[in-house]
Write a protein that binds this ligand. Structure first.
Ligand code: ARG
Length: 464
């Protein structure tokens, strides 16, 4: 068992650390994923210490070589993680010192773990955001491909989960594509509030005239945190990240729910690839959409982690408090889960097959042309409110015997309004109903083509 005096900070201790406390205190089990970022930050710090003359060139080069060796061990998986190191920062420094000798201890000159962990987190988040953007883009591409091959496929559009008006499949899929574009844009804008915290020390700055802008420049930050206390205490960028990710998870969750619905026998509008469904242990006929259900369900975790981070920060006094060690659990969980959900959704969308016959039947059923009947009467001079009532009574009359709109005789129609004549029948044709939605953003073929062109241009732009 280690004794307190063995710890890097053990100078003022004589008693050993309670083992339970060691477990409570250690972030190694989760923060080891920060190692590549921790090393990247340390390299920039060491180069800067060299340039301001705090380290000799030889010291600098020895430490840099040592850090490169540690990075290699981490990458190969041969690095030995132990709870006794407490956290990733001390683990890396411990190994560095083992490799290069006592000069390794100079890496921590003018630095505290408080600004170090703040930097690691910024680097981690930036990397996570870049990964999410690429995966959101891939999903948008998959949606675009499906939309392009279903620009004429008629599909029921719903409100209140009741058949409302017919649309084309492309129209429905593009709704998600543009929602995902907003998720992408929010991830893209995340970087604007990120800054370089290193050089803040514990909270007050360091006893060296550090060249913090040099470190920022080397690590690709546009801004150096202007205030040392803010630099170590702030976690708003992590909260913002979790919020953007939760928003994206909500988009995925709604999409997932539709995959579940579409693939039921009741809806029967689309089939998921077999490789993305599972069987039941008791009912041999089942093919369950577990993956879609899990993506739908996982939105709960994204919201919980966002809330967890908010509660962690609420009322927390400046500057660093150990509570902040817990921030990583939320961030790491969200990063891994979002990548997984995005990749799974992309595969499912790519392999989705639409039942075109059933889609058309469903779109034709449910009196989807009733609005068009009302608009027909408006064309004959009736105010929309009255026209709506007439069309409603027509539906009520036919629904009693489950007859479709096109089944109504001219006499029946005339009994409801003298404005009806033969020219109403073409209005009920589903293709015409769809083609009639000519307002910008509508589901008429010309408007869908416009949206497809915009979507294609957007996907190309975001992929650059
Ligand atoms: N493992 C710590 C964390 O994640 C690093 C910072 C520790 N700072 C300290 N003063 N004990 O927050």
């Amino acid at each position: 068992m280690s004794t307190g005096t063995d710890k890097p900070w053990g100078g003022r201790f004589s008693a050993g650390q309670d083992q339970l406390f060691e477990r409570l205190n250690a972030s190694i089990p989760f923060d080891h994923v920060l190692a590549p970022f921790d090393i990247e930050g340390s390299c920039a710090h060491v180069r800067m210490l060299g340039s301001i003359g705090v380290l000799t060139e030889e010291e600098r080069d020895t430490i840099l070589a040592g850090l490169a060796a540690v990075a290699g061990e981490v990458e190969r998986g041969s690095f030995v993680w132990t709870l006794q190191d407490e956290d990733v920062h001390m683990a890396v420094e411990r190994r560095l010192t083992e490799l290069v000798g006592p000069v390794g201890g100079k890496v921590h000159t003018g630095r505290s773990r408080n600004d170090q962990v703040a930097l690691d987190l910024q680097l981690y988040l930036r990397d996570a955001v870049a990964g999410h953007k690429a995966l959101v883009h891939k999903l948008m591409e998959a949606l675009l491909l499906q939309a392009e091959s279903h620009k004429d496929t008629i599909f029921p559009g719903y409100t209140h989960l009741q058949r409302a008006q017919p649309v084309v499949v492309a129209h429905h899929l593009l709704a998600y594509l543009f929602a995902l574009q907003r998720d992408w844009e929010r991830f893209d804008a995340w970087r604007d509030t990120s800054w370089m915290p290193l050089g803040a020390g514990a909270l007050a700055g360091a006893n060296y005239s550090l060249d913090r802008d040099m470190v920022a420049g080397e690590l690709g930050f546009a801004v150096t945190a202007p205030n040392a206390m803010d630099a170590v205490a702030a976690r708003d960028t992590a909260f913002a990240y979790l919020s953007i990710a939760a928003n994206c998870a909500l988009t995925l969750s709604r999409m997932a729910e539709e995959l579940v619905l579409w693939s039921t026998q009741e809806f029967g509008l689309a089939t998921l690839p077999e490789s993305w469904t599972s069987g039941s242990s008791i009912m041999p006929q089942k093919r369950n959409p577990d993956a879609a259900e899990l993506i739908r369900g996982k939105a709960a975790g994204f919201l919980a982690r966002l809330q967890g981070m908010g509660v962690l920060l609420k009322g927390l006094p400046l500057a660093y408090n150990k509570d902040l060690q817990e921030d990583k659990l939320y961030v790491f969980g969200t990063k891994d889960e979002l990548d997984l959900c995005l990749m799974a959704m992309t595969a499912m969308v790519g392999g989705l097959s639409f039942d075109m016959v059933r889609g058309r039947e469903a779109a034709e059923g449910g009196y989807a042309a009733a609005t068009d009947v009302a608009d027909y009467l408006v064309g004959k001079g009736l105010p929309f409110r009255d026209a709506h009532r007439v069309a409603g009574r027509l539906v009520a009359m036919l629904a009693k015997d489950a007859r479709p709109l096109a089944d109504a005789t001219l006499d029946e129609l005339r009994s409801l309004s003298p404005l009806f004549s033969d020219d109403v029948y073409p209005v009920l044709d589903i293709e015409r109903v769809v083609a009639g939605k000519i307002s910008p953003g509508g589901t008429a073929p010309s408007r869908v083509l416009e949206q497809l062109a915009l979507a294609r241009a957007t996907v190309e732009r975001l992929g650059r």
